[in-house]
Structure formats: C-alpha cells, structure tokens
Design a protein around this ligand. Sequence first.
Ligand code: FAD
Ligand code: NAD
Length: 467
Amino acid sequence: MTQILRPKVLIVGGGPGGYVAAIRAGQLGLDTVLVESGRLGGTCLTRGCIPSKALIHAAGLYEEAVLASARTGRFGIHLSQAPSLRFEETIDWKDAIVDRLSGGVGGLLRKAKVKVVVGWATFTDAKTCTVDTTEGPVTVQADHVILATGSTAVELPFLPFGDRVVSSTEALALPEVPATLAVVGGGYIGLELGIAFAKLGSKVTIVEAMDRLLPLYDAQLTAPVSRWLEKHGVTVHLGARALGQDHEGLLIQTAGGKSQLVVPAERILVTVGRKPQIGGWGLEQMALAMDGRFVKVDDRCATSTTNVWAIGDLVGEPMLAHKASAQGEMVAEIIAGRRRRFDPAAIAAVCFTEPEIVSVGLLPEQAPEGVETIVGQFPFQANGRALSMQAGDDGGFVRILARKSDHRILGVQAVGRHCSEFAGEFATLMEMGAVLEDVAGVIHVHPTLGEAIHESALKALGHAIHI
Ligand code: FAD
Ligand code: NAD
C-alpha cells in the first residue's frame, strides 16, 4: 500500500542545498520532508568537496614525508627510510570522515524535526512525487517544493566512464594510486585531484582544451600553480584535444592540431565540467521554464511554477556548495514568510591547488570600462609567517583591486599556500562595501598570512611598509 505524506515543504536532494534548506525550514517550524536517494550530504559531502580535500591533505603529508626521506630533507628533518603508502588506509580514513559528516547531517535533520525519506523521487505533477523506498512507495504532496537535485559529471562520448576512464567519483575511491594518470580538463577538479595524485606518486599528464589552465582566472594568478606543475614533473598539454583511448593510454591531438600522441595512462580522469541533474525525476511533468540546461529561477530562487523553488547546481553557475546552501537557507525563510532575495555582493571561490587560489569579486582585467582602478599587490615572500611555513617561496601574493575615485574594493585575490582561509575576510570586505582605508585601518595579527592582505591595501594606497 502506498504511504501518503502531506507536508508543508518537500525538498528533493540532500546535498548542501537541500539539507540546509531542510534544517532551516525545520528550525522555522515548517513541516518538512526531505527525499534523498543516496547519502545525506550529496555530492559535496560524499564524493566532492570533503573527500577531495581529505585526499589533498593526505597527499600533502605524504609528499612532505617523501621529501624528508630523500636527500633533500628540509628544516633539518630527515627520515632514515622512505615512507610507505597504504592507499587503502588513506581511502578508509577519507571514508570515515564522510561517514561522520553524513551521520552528523542526519542528526541535525532529526533535531530540526525533518522527516527524511530515502529513495528516488519521481514527480507526477509540480507538487506531487512518489518515492521508491525499501518499504514500498511513498507519495509526497506538498504546498511548497524545493528542487535541489544537484549535478553530475559531464561524460565525453568518445571516452565513456568505465574501466580505466573515471570521473571524480571513482577517482576518490581508487583501489591503488595509478602509476600513470591522464587528466582531461585542467579546471577545478582536474587540477585539485591531478596535483594530489602527483604528490602521491602518479606520473600525471593534464590535457586542457583552452590555451591555459583554470581559464576562469587570470594568468598572473595561475602562474604559481603552473610553476608547481612544471617543477614536479606534471606534463601539461594546452590547447589540446582528447580523441579517445588505445591500449597504452589516452590519444590526444596537440595544440593547433599539429600532431597526435598517446599519453601513457593506467587511468584516465575526465573532468570537463558538470551538468545539472535534470533527467529521470519527472521534470517534464512540472512545466518549468528552463535557462539552457538549468532550471530557470528569479532572484528568490522561484521557478516559473508558483511555490516550486530550485537551488544549487540545478540552477546554474557558480556550481559551489556555499552558494547552494545560501540559496537553500533563503528559500526556507521565504516560505516561512520572510522577505529575502539572493543578491550577494560576491561569492568567493577557492581552488585547492598547490598553491591555493582564492578569488572574490572582479579580476583586474574585468574592471568595467571607463572606471579607473588601482591595484595593490603584496608578495608572500615579504611576509614572515609565510616564510616560516614554506608559503613564501612559490611566487604567491595577495592582490586587491579598487576604484580609483573612492577606493571602493572591487575584487580581491590571493595565490599561495593556505590562503583558502582568506575567503571569509575577502567576502566580508565585498559584502560590507569596504574601501581600501577600511583594510588599512584594521590591525592584522602578527605573524599571520593575513598581514599580506593589510599590506596589499597599503600598497594600493601607496605606502606599503614591507616592500
Ligand atoms: P548535490 O550536492 O549534487 O546534491 C544533490 C542530491 O540530490 C544528491 O545527493 C542526489 O543523490 C540527490 N538527488 C538527485 N535527484 C534525486 C531524486 N530524483 N530523488 C532523490 N534524490 C535525488 N564546491 C565547493 O564549493 N567547494 C569545493 O571544494 C568543491 N569541491 C568539489 C570537488 C568535487 C570532486 C566535486 C565533484 C564537486 C565539488 N564542489 C565543490 C561542488 C559541490 O559539490 C556542488 O556545488 C554542491 O554539492 C552542489 O550542491 P547541491 O545541493 O546543489 O547538489
Ligand atoms: P571546470 O569547469 O572547472 O573545468 C573544466 C575544464 O575542462 C575547463 O578548463 C575546460 O576548458 C576543460 N575542457 C572542457 N572540455 C574539454 C575537452 N574536451 N578536452 C580538454 N579540456 C576540456 O569543471 P570541473 O573541474 O569538472 O569541475 C566542475 C565544477 O565543480 C566546477 O566548475 C566547480 O563549480 C565545482 N568544483 C569546485 C571546486 C572548488 O570550489 N574548489 C572544486 C571542484 C569542483
């Protein structure tokens, strides 16, 4: 017999968009049902942000140990033996973090009195879905529906996933470190995971279609990452196209179509972007307007159908977990009667490469035409804390862009080890409409990397102290 639930709010998808919307809706006293077919936490927590950062961290520790055991041992630290890597234990450790966080999300949902239904939801009309659960079908009919079905990896038709061709999901659960790894796509995932596997001992080759890596950022910002790749023996083919595979590896056409070659590859990691999860759950029954492949929403995340809302990767760029969560929280509050709009001054983004890149607002080259700007740039080489934790010798810096007329900050970027932690300060500056003098007037703790943010503002004002 089909069980029928009639909550005020139905949320489909338990990723950082959906589960945050559910917790907030529960906190606000809304009767809420969350449907998730997999594990709570979605892509981010189970096969994205968290497991990738765990692997990146472990890879960094392993690389340090390898260096300490080599003749190049640094800081007077030497290991008499080369470290051994039991990769299955690394994967177990990563999985334990995922288990803990996914369980924690379950606990938070229970605390917020959200009912979780486990199974795949299929809509029959805009407000009704049926979920296949292990205990039989459950029909959920709600006043409000929040769609948070997320995204999946883009597959290349000539390199279908399977066997040695993997997406990030399989790459985060490999049985062993591949001796050779070809990465197709030098964007966020390709570089983050490519660098991690290079540190773990793989011979990595990156094949990128555009003429530079991370084309989203400017060349100055990505130069330290390119230098790291070169120094660590990672081969990069820019302006190149993957064509397919043969028994030896990945077949590519190099820049300008000049020649074809085979990149040796025990595994081929395809990271050429992600696409919204719009298939297989009855979207076509809901009569929603689309914006290309994404569900179209307004600045309240309202779709074209009354009381059907959509958030996260399903509604477009940037496909970032913190954007999904911010939208989820907002929609829950709107349903509870609050007046909210999704209009952030900026959404910070971090690429967890070696070194890390963090960016918020405009890059210098994106300054609007006719607006005169000033740029202050401060190198980590001149920052004591950076030098004391090896974050000063990779060419990293903080760069601040401001309008010349009133010193209003338009964008801030940094590249350097550990600088992902700047994201919060950068975003706060943008949201508060800060000017250079605001940053210059804040006493930044010594010795911290953050002093470089202060100095970059002083530099833009023409009186940096340490350069
Ligand atoms: P998702 O997290 O994709 O969740 C959607 C959920 O909906 C899934 O759990 C799915 O099972 C469920 N679902 C879909 N359809 C149905 C249905 N019909 N019935 C039931 N359940 C359904 N972002 C960052 O901000 N920082 C990072 O460092 C970062 N690293 C990443 C690393 C990797 C390797 C990847 C792949 C992504 C990374 N991202 C990162 C992106 C981030 O994971 C996504 O932006 C984020 O997860 C989107 O959240 P969401 O809630 O929209 O969707
Ligand atoms: P991406 O858009 O970051 O990078 C894809 C890259 O592949 C681009 O540089 C593109 O030029 C290249 N490309 C496309 N087609 C190609 C082809 N046929 N051959 C060679 N190169 C090709 O996509 P991604 O790395 O798959 O990541 C997907 C999304 O996940 C990101 O856009 C981001 O929103 C999110 N993500 C975020 C983080 C983070 O915040 N740190 C980390 C990982 C993923």
